[in-house]
Design a protein around this ligand. Structure first.
Ligand code: 5GP
Ligand code: MN
Length: 349
């Protein structure tokens, strides 16, 4: 048995929208990751199996090539490529599911169209502090992933039988990628009960792992070697590591979206490193990714210095200015917000 975590009232309201709605749009955050895509496509397969023939998944921008194998991924509409079509779908939708993000700005340039849409919005998410922009807000930060919430949502509507193999495959992918293949944020026993049910639906979990993790290009692996040998800086006093990559360096390795995925986690395998940052120059901004192990709240760091947020152990933000200035802000942050002195932080909280 799986515990009823999502409040009944939220389930019933959303269920009514599912039953009565004719046109559905599923939206997820900018730079969609495995959980964003897994939850969106999982829900997409469920709704189509349920008999809805007007269901679209809309994402703000491109997603990594190692998710292109996911069932349904070819149907995804990328707003950056087809803005008019994506915005028309939003305008015409009866119901809009907002998955794996907690505030409109996380869908970037799609936000105005999302907020102007008249359809009923339903949020399903596991990030802290959800903004109040949906009719139904299912926000459960204790969940491993939004994909796990989609599983629970379908079950609680009494429609587990409508979960097919494609749906289960997408849900599993999101749960796997948001927990580092079940190496963090994955101690709750029910996660494994859910996986067991997904396997009964026919998923091949070993193949899913290989699809996501073993399809990198030679360039990406060489860039990883470069980053570890030449670019990783350790701050022993702060138990911290930093990796930076400039646009020139990325171009040298023919960077495509997704190539630097996971780089931020690499330094955490060093004994004594509890906080890791990856700062990447992009064309019009600088992207900051942060990870921690244990109690250091990297979302507070992201929020204070990079106008971002996320989870305690995985967060990110953005910086507008030169890469060197972003590094300076980061280093200043380390002096005030030292992972080696968590007691001070907790006093301040
Ligand atoms: P990543 O480092 O993989 O891009 O992001 C890790 C997590 O940090 C995401 O799942 C998301 O919760 C959060 N995050 C990343 N970038 C941002 C950002 O710019 N703003 C906010 N609020 N959260 C972010
Ligand atoms: Mn997620």
């Amino acid at each position: 048995m799986i515990t009823k975590i999502i409040r009944e009232e939220e389930i019933q309201k959303a269920k009514k929208y599912v039953e009565k709605g004719e046109s559905f749009v599923i939206v997820t955050h900018v730079s969609p990751d495995g959980d964003a895509l897994g939850s969106a496509l999982g829900l997409y397969h469920f709704l189509t199996t349920y008999g809805k023939d007007n269901v679209s998944v809309v994402v703000p921008n491109a997603f990594p090539r190692f998710y292109r194998w996911m069932p349904g991924s070819k149907e995804i509409i990328i707003h950056e490529k087809y803005p008019d079509f994506a915005e028309q779908l939003l305008r015409e939708a009866d119901v809009i599911f907002c998955l794996d993000f907690n505030e409109p700005k996380r869908v970037d340039k799609l936000a105005p169209a999302l907020m102007a849409a008249e359809g009923r919005r339903v949020l399903i998410d596991h990030h802290l502090n959800p903004a109040d922009f949906c009719r139904v807000t299912m926000s459960y930060p204790q969940m491993s992933s939004t994909s796990e919430m989609i599983f629970r949502f379908i079950c609680r509507m009494g429609m587990f039988d409508l979960m097919n193999k494609a749906c289960a495959t997408c849900i599993y992918t999101g749960m796997m990628t948001d927990t580092g293949s079940f190496t963090y944020n994955s101690n709750k026993p029910e996660i494994y009960t859910i996986i067991s049910e997904l396997i009964k639906k026919g998923i091949d979990k070993d193949q899913i792992y290989r699809n996501v993790n073993q399809v990198y290009s030679e360039d990406r692996l060489r860039m990883m070697g470069y980053v570890l040998y030449e670019k990783m800086k350790i701050y022993p006093e702060q138990q911290t590591a930093l990796i930076t990559l400039s646009l020139d360096e990325l171009n040298h390795f023919h960077y495509v979206t997704g190539d630097t995925e996971g780089f931020v986690n690499l330094p955490l395998s060093i004994e004594g490193v509890t906080f890791s940052a990856f700062i990447r120059e992009d064309t019009d901004y600088v992207k900051v990714s942060l990870r921690s192990v244990g109690e250091f709240p990297c979302n507070r760091f992201a929020n204070r210095y990079f106008n971002g947020g996320g989870h305690k152990n995985a967060s990110g933000g953005e910086f507008y200015g030169p890469l060197a200035d972003a590094v300076a802000v980061f280093e200043q942050g380390l002096t005030e917000f030292n992972p080696n002195k968590i007691e001070d932080l907790n006093k301040e909280a």
